[in-house]
Design a protein around this ligand. Structure first.
Ligand SMILES: C[S@@+](CC[C@H](N)C(=O)[O-])C[C@H]1O[C@@H](n2cnc3c(N)ncnc32)[C@H](O)[C@@H]1O
Length: 376
């Protein structure tokens, strides 16, 4: 018991998991009952702040589960591993599953996650009684989302929402929160498996339109949206966002008057067609309150983004910048110094937040911008 508590204390020291911690994981005592103390510590002391995965099958979960846990049936874990937060954070997991050794082998070692303890929930009437007394047992399909949106989005979303609501209130003269909330639409370009779209959808008040050219990734997003009852708030489209060849010449593009140097008339038409397509996906074809781009760059899209954001709306962008620190390497995927700021300033956006050369956990430099389109 003491060993287990020690393990959790060490991991709350806010240091990314290291080889040493992997070692600790291997030496964890898996005896079932000794871990109840840590479960109650998660409830009482940590206030559900980290993820607890229930690996039982869906029927078992829906008939009875602990509140604030996440249902991922064990056999679905390999294809749903993307739903977990990124590896290498100071997260702890309680995993509930009958076959403890299987969990250790399959999840922790193969995927690199750290498991702090495992509880066998079945047939433990004493545990269920205790949890019921604390009003922590429920039935049904509610399941907590574990994956994380990009932190630039989560750190800025409240500010974006407050500003949009204020403008809506002014323009529609309405004060009911509901009528304002239902009409916020975000477009996520290069949305991948939808971490940001799903986050916005589950926040409430948002409809998220995710665009990517990978069916595999888009289907992960739609499957997750279905599982978490978010499908009415998420739309996904397979669209090639790169209709024309774009390489280094686009560094010279004059975005202020939207002339694309080194571009043929045919290329311009293709880009105009892309702009019209993206606009058509927005409600009333009027544009988006938020265009979000995370870790994706195709320079000809920048003026299109500026155009399809509604007046008073926002662009939230972060992606890799020079110098390359591994991947990506090609200049066309790397922003230059101050580039996002200059691009959107030249489109007359107001810069709300700007961060240059923020380093990701793996050391790759990124640039981040939150900018607002003027109302007039
Ligand atoms: C590094 S991922 C970022 C995914 C997501 N935004 C995130 O942060 O998790 C880049 C995404 O851009 C998409 N992408 C690349 N080329 C594309 C294209 N020509 N059209 C549409 N999407 C594209 C990829 O499929 C991939 O999902």
């Amino acid at each position: 018991m003491t060993d287990n508590i020690d393990t959790i204390k060490k991991c709350c020291g806010c240091t990314p998991p290291s080889g040493d911690q992997q070692q600790q994981t291997q030496s964890i005592d898996l005896s079932v009952h000794s871990h109840h103390g840590i479960l109650f510590k998660w409830i009482e002391q940590f206030k559900f702040s980290y993820g607890v995965i229930d690996l039982r099958d869906t029927i078992q979960y829906q008939s009875k589960h602990i509140k604030h846990t996440t249902s991922i049936p064990f056999n679905e874990l390999p294809i749903r591993i993307f739903e977990l937060p990124p590896r290498g954070q100071e997260e702890e997991y309680i995993v509930t599953k009958e076959s403890l050794q299987q969990v250790m082998n399959d999840l922790a070692f193969r995927s690199g996650y750290i498991i702090h303890f495992v509880i066998n929930l079945e047939d433990d009437s004493h545990l269920w009684q205790k949890l019921t007394k604390l009003d922590l047992v429920q039935s049904g399909s509610q399941s907590r989302l574990l994956w994380q949106a990009c932190s630039f989005l989560t750190d800025s979303i409240q500010e974006v929402e407050d500003s949009l609501r204020k403008e809506k209130e002014k323009s529609s003269m309405t004060t009911t929160k509901e009528s304002i909330e239902t009409i916020i639409t975000a477009l996520d370009l290069g949305c991948g498996s939808g971490r940001d779209c799903l986050y916005l959808a589950q926040r409430g008040g948002w409809t998220a339109v995710g665009v990517d050219n990978s069916d595999t990734l888009l289907s992960k997003m739609t499957e997750a949206a279905n599982r978490y009852n978010l499908s009415d708030r998420i739309q996904s489209y397979n669209i090639d966002l790169e209709p024309v060849q774009s390489d280094e010449p686009y560094h010279d593009t004059d975005y202020s008057n939207r002339q694309l140097k080194s571009t043929t008339k045919e290329d311009l038409e293709k880009l105009q067609h892309l702009e019209a397509t993206l606009l058509n996906l927005s409600p009333g074809q009027e544009g988006y309150e938020l265009v979000n781009v995370a870790r994706y760059l195709y320079r000809p899209l920048l003026p299109i983004i500026a155009s399809i954001v509604k007046p008073g709306g926002f662009v939230l962008y972060h992606t890799f910048m020079v110098p390359s620190n591994g991947k990506p390497k090609r200049p066309r995927f790397l922003l230059n110094y101050n580039e996002l700021k200059e691009r959107f300033l030249s489109s007359k956006f107001e810069i709300i937040k700007y961060q240059e050369t923020k380093l990701l956990e793996d050391g790759r430099p990124v640039q981040f911008l939150l900018a607002r389109k003027p109302i007039n």
